[in-house]
Design a protein around this ligand. Structure first.
Ligand SMILES: Cn1cc(C(=O)NCCCNC(=O)c2ccc(F)cc2)ccc1=O
Length: 117
């Protein structure tokens, strides 16, 4: 059928979830490697290896400028942060472990939030 616009209350719910989830990610103890874009001038190899850099401040900027149509698009960008981290860092490294911890936290929190609805 014709693509019907999503009822606004679903959009509002999705936007609220994105704001809650992003605030919790930014406040997490292990967030420090992901708060700002990786500095491709000071981190050798990063520019070549990671095709689509992503970080929490960029996600914050996209959220505040209505660049996420829905919760799914937001989750894709958050997972990109953690997938980039796994690709570039050893599992047994400080940043590698932070990435695994943050991904586990995020998975648990968004499933909890969606179950609450
Ligand atoms: C995700 N990723 C990050 C880095 C990286 O070196 N990132 C900068 C760490 C230095 N940043 C801090 O220490 C900091 C930042 C904010 C803050 F509030 C407190 C501390 C390298 C490879 C990689 O894959």
């Amino acid at each position: 059928c014709a693509k019907m616009p999503k009822p606004s209350q679903d959009n509002d719910r999705d936007l609220t979830f994105c704001r809650i989830l992003l605030a919790e990610l930014e406040d997490h103890h292990d967030a420090w490697p992901f708060l700002n874009p990786v500095n491709i001038k000071t981190v050798p190899g990063y520019r070549k290896v990671i095709k689509k850099p992503m970080d929490f401040s960029t996600i914050r900027e996209k959220l505040c400028s209505c660049q996420y149509q829905n919760l799914e698009m937001f989750i894709i960008d958050v997972n990109l942060v953690f997938d980039n981290c796994e690709k570039f860092n050893e599992d047994n490294s400080e940043i590698g472990r932070a990435g695994h911890n943050m991904r586990k936290f995020f998975e648990r929190r968004w499933t909890e939030l969606l179950k609450s609805n």
